[in-house]
Design a protein around this ligand. Sequence first.
Ligand code: PMP
Length: 427
Amino acid sequence: MAHKELLARHRAVMPKWLALYYDEPIEIASASGRRVTDREGTTYLDFFAGILTNAIGYDVAEISDAIRSQLDTGVLHSSTLYLIQSQVELAEKIAELSGIPDAKVFFTNSGTEANETALMLATQARRSEQVLALRNSYHGRAFATIAITGNRGWSASALSPIKVSWVHGGYRYRSPFKSFNDADYIKACVDDLREIIETTTSGDVACMIAEPIQGVGGFTSPPDGLFRAFKDVLDEYGILFVSDEVQTGWGRTGEHFWGIQAHDVVPDAMTFAKGLGNGLAIGGVVARGDLMDTINANSISTFGGNPISTAGALATVNYLLDHDLQANAAKLGSRLLSGLREIAEKHPVIGDVRGKGLMVGVEFVGPEGEPNGAAAATVLNESRARGLLVGKGGLYGNVIRLAPPMTLTEDELEEALGILAQAVEKA
Ligand code: PMP
């Protein structure tokens, strides 16, 4: 089918709010390593797939083999009512990697469901519908998760069963405490948190949920230690802490396996999804066993933890551990940051370069430092025209997000930096 016809039919039959990138969206026909090829035969270096779907890269033999072995049994899925070996093995591995004492794992199909589950656990355990969430957050597209998503552009409805209070701290670049040094910034956020609890809640809050680095919000990274300081306050009130690791997990931040570890915090629960399946639909929650077992009613997910997804995800986790991709993310991530900072020095249209490991955001600004969404859109389009796919995000759509698969090579990194330097010239 011709590309234009497919686009017209997509627009006619799919909802208008289903976001598509580019005026002429790409249809990916094949992929290998860190490159994708569209229906017209154009190949792109993919600097966004790492978080979206393919944490490791496309067409990884070990992962394809694991999925194929499961396909060969003839069982795509039976039911989570029966035992599934790869599901149990994956749960054991994640429980161990989580660092959460006596951890238990529940699998879902998506990050949204994972966060819905974490909210269910926390609200049930604390018998409270009050939740603390960070401004500028994104946690999913279902009824409770849109309520804890602090971004009007991505929160489809204001109606929700959850009572949310909004906390400062995630998005430092446009925070009222922006000019403070790290210690003063953390103190200001902590004082604010205490005031929020005292003035907008009954004190019996179920949990705080937070992304250690906000993803959709534009890869905003608060100073290390912020969540430690938050957690000390939460502990005083008995409030649980949930770390949304949907984007920050699996070593992507380079220095740690989970984003929250930069803050020296062991959360009560963590949620994960996206890259774990390296393209397959899987998500889940890992939580303290007593918190997980707070639910007494039956609750299953028909497809959560199905054997195709868990076989692929287990192979993905083993691959990234065996090849120490966390170390690769740390090494190449620091070059990505420094390369982008060199570009930023020459271009005042870049207001901020931030992030950790292979999760780096570039915020575009106007002459007065105001958000410059047009510049980010230009960089998105000009990068594509030169064979590089990048992500866009941020509260004002003015951030370019770079999150390549973790198997990225140095040559590919330099190639991307060269293209980005040219694309920024056009902004
Ligand atoms: N949490 C975070 C931090 C996310 O970035 C996303 C997806 N952008 C989600 C949750 C929701 O995941 P999903 O799209 O798989 O439902």
